[in-house]
Ligand binder design. Sequence first.
Ligand SMILES: [Zn+2]
Length: 330
Amino acid sequence: MRYVKTHVSLGGRPTGEPFSAPVYTFEGSGGGRSVYLQGNLHGPEVFGTALLTALVQEFEKWDQVPGTVTIVPCANPLGVQETAYNTHLGRWNSKTGLNWNGIFTAPTRWSSREEERAYYAQRLISARSIEERLEAELRSLSSQADVCIDIHTNCRESIEHVMTLDTMSTHFESLGAPVHLVQTDEKLGNSFEESHYHFTPEVLPEDRPWACTWEVSSDGLMFDIDVRNRLVKLLNWFAYVWQFDSHISAFKPEVYWCGEHLYATDSGYLAWTKRAGEYVCAGDVYAKLYHPNSVQVEELKAEHGLTLIALGGVVAVTKGDRIAWIGYNP
Ligand SMILES: [Zn+2]
């Protein structure tokens, strides 16, 4: 199947060469839901770019798609180029310190999708900073779609998880992630996913776009077997979205209402006693802190039952450092 290739323009280098990100659009012909997918909004989280490149290849083999699909494999060509000492940086804009997934700052609640589109059309005109430009370009594309997925990776070791609204969780079960972190739309942050929930209460859930963040793997090394595995899951999800008979019944995830960080309780060298994905009972030890100054080893114990979703990559820590991302229900 043929596609249209365009580019999101994001300014350029001081020397004048332009920065842009390719956008692939497969025009739907069957009245099915339209879908927007992006990856690599955070510079180090490169998995989404490989996965969405594989998806473009896959759709090239199809005769048609039922609904229009817009794919931005690398949503942040600025962030992905920031590397140092054998690792990717670029989770924040190094010039401004802003989190690239904290720039979607809609100050209003729209009463329709037309209002949402008009808002971002205006943002395209008024954008001044590079962050405003990126927000306006990506959201102008996604505001055309019925369903949006923002593909990320998380920490040095993590399990796949989906973050979405409680009312939309079932629509993403077919991605096969073992954990969903859900929230209501009463208190929204400034992530790409959350910017899709900015509607007045009168707009019924079925009239809002479905949106989620899919934390698809861990940061760092990428293995092709994992890319192919997530492609299978993504195609299974498309079968749900477009109601194909071949849709495999959805995997039922653990659903958690609370997602938050664990913090180091002291300084030291962190050694985990549990892996990502393990459930930790209240009072159980999940890690140890080795103190070179006092020659003590401190056990870190869970204050309540929790699932370790993602373990951070920095192991020499000081008190208050974020060391992990967890899920639980109060
Ligand atoms: Zn991310």
